[in-house]
Design a protein. Structure first.
Length: 458
């Protein structure tokens, strides 16, 4: 722990490092003495060295490379609040987790090692580590039944002798008021602390001969279960990992495909991909439900306004092109698609509908007053440019600080604002150039047109 604190403190970007070993005193984090946590306080990003480009992932990567020089340790990087949330979601200390369920611990760990080997070669997978379940040395005494039968000693007597000598047996109870405590007797430490001492434990045979445990048992030192995790009534082993420098969805999906192709599980085994990926899939499914419902509601409102499925469909076609600007903004800034950016696209749809209605209504009013289709489309594009631009600039300038921010909390708000800003810039060009062009293509003399408005000005 002290060595890790020195490594972390050696970075000029770090102001202080506070560490904790084991579980907290309030019992809110159920972990063992093997767990150490470090709170690393950082300077503002403006004071970081240029090599990290104000990118926290770059700084984490540099810290990870230095900490990995310490052997036998699995490292994980997170935020204080998100760490608790991730642990509550995945059940392990990690952003993402793979869980293998079955009863045999050695098979569990062997399959876990195989999956770790596969995932270590996948781009974007970081902080990869297997939570070991095997590794506690056990001194196993296997009773030699034939030897015990020669001396006339029962197997239960041998087991009882080992239990009494090493673990202790309750022979009575001690009463203190209403409290009862078992009175346990066992051998003194010098007679049970080593394998040789246990081998010399004597049993009395029916013939009166004193027989040592070494004559009645076969002793082996074997690795046994260090920790047994259970979930849903089954034993499991967990593999934790994080994703950096790549989007979460494609990374985990590539890992799932490669693991399913290369790891053959016996009957009764199963693999569960937990953590933020599971939460993202739930959010994506919900988003895929909200998106078509939103489009249907927009279409119904547009149809009731124009009394024409053609004009409602034209505006929706214009809306469908609006995400191009948002996608280009994500591409140019190397920002991965997320639920936050998905919500931004929904907000972008609303503004795109508004600009489409402004343009289409003006063109239709021009046609009602006797202008040709081409003249109406050209005049609408020219005269409605200023109000459409003003509408979009209000939202664009309002969200521009959020789209370019890199401060605390910007990880969730930046994709949302970036999609809207980029999408509105693209929607402006689409509304001015694409929508009038499409209008000319699909417009017909017998189209449904609105009643002339008295306050309309050419």
């Amino acid at each position: 722990m002290n060595q890790a604190r020195v490594v972390l403190s050696s970075f000029p970007e770090v102001t202080q490092v506070v560490s904790q070993t084991g579980r907290p005193d309030d019992g809110t984090d159920v972990t063992g003495f093997f767990n150490t946590e470090y709170f690393v306080d950082l300077k503002p990003k403006e004071k970081w060295r240029p090599v990290f480009k104000r990118n926290k992932d770059e700084l984490i990567g540099a810290m990870d490379r230095e900490l990995e020089k310490i052997p036998g340790v699995i490292w994980n990087f997170s935020q204080p609040i998100s760490d608790n949330v991730e642990e509550a979601v995945s059940g392990v200390k990690g952003e993402l987790a793979v869980k293998i369920y079955v009863d045999d611990l050695k098979t569990l760990e062997a399959k876990g090692d195989q999956i770790v080997s596969i995932m270590s070669k996948i781009q974007g997978v970081q902080d990869l580590g297997l939570f070991r379940v095997i590794g506690q040395p056990n001194l196993n005494f296997a009773v030699d039944r034939q030897a015990a039968a020669r001396f006339g000693i029962n197997v239960a007597d041998v087991q009882d002798a080992i239990q009494t000598a090493v673990g202790g047996n309750a022979v009575s109870q001690v009463l203190q008021g209403e409290a009862r405590y078992d009175l346990v007797v066992r051998y003194l430490p010098q007679y049970r602390n080593t394998q040789e001492a246990i081998d010399n434990i004597r049993l009395l045979s029916p013939s009166g001969e004193r027989v040592s445990l070494a004559q009645l048992t076969t002793v082996k030192m074997e690795d046994g279960a260090e920790t047994i995790g259970r979930e849903g009534g089954q034993r499991f082993v967990a593999i934790k990992y994080s994703v950096r420098d790549r989007d979460l969805g494609s990374t985990v999906e590539e890992a799932i495909k490669k693991v399913n192709d290369q790891v053959k599980l016996p009957p009764g085994y199963k693999i569960d991909w937990a953590g933020e990926y599971e939460s993202q899939k739930r959010s994506s499914r919900r988003l895929m439900l909200v998106l078509p419902v939103t489009i249907i509601i927009i279409f119904i409102i547009l149809y009731s306004m124009f009394h024409s499925g053609k004009w409602a469909g034209l505006i929706l076609l214009n809306v469908s092109m609006a995400p191009v600007g948002g996608l280009l903004a994500l591409l140019f800034t190397h920002t991965n698609f997320s639920v936050s950016s998905g919500v931004g696209f929904l907000a972008l749809f609303g503004v795109s509908v508004q600009t489409g209605v402004i343009m289409l209504e003006y063109i239709n009013q021009m046609r009602v007053r006797g202008h040709s289709i081409e003249e109406s489309a050209i005049e609408g594009a020219v005269l409605r440019l200023r109000p459409i631009m003003m509408t979009m600039l209000v939202a664009t300038l309002g969200l521009l600080p959020a789209a370019t921010s890199h401060g605390i909390g910007s990880d969730s708000q930046r994709p949302f604002a970036m999609v809207i800003v980029g999408g509105l810039i693209g929607a402006l060009l689409i509304s001015v150039f694409l929508l009038p062009t499409l209008y000319v293509w699909i417009a017909r003399p017998d189209d449904v047109l609105p009643t002339p408005e008295t306050e309309f000005e050419n």
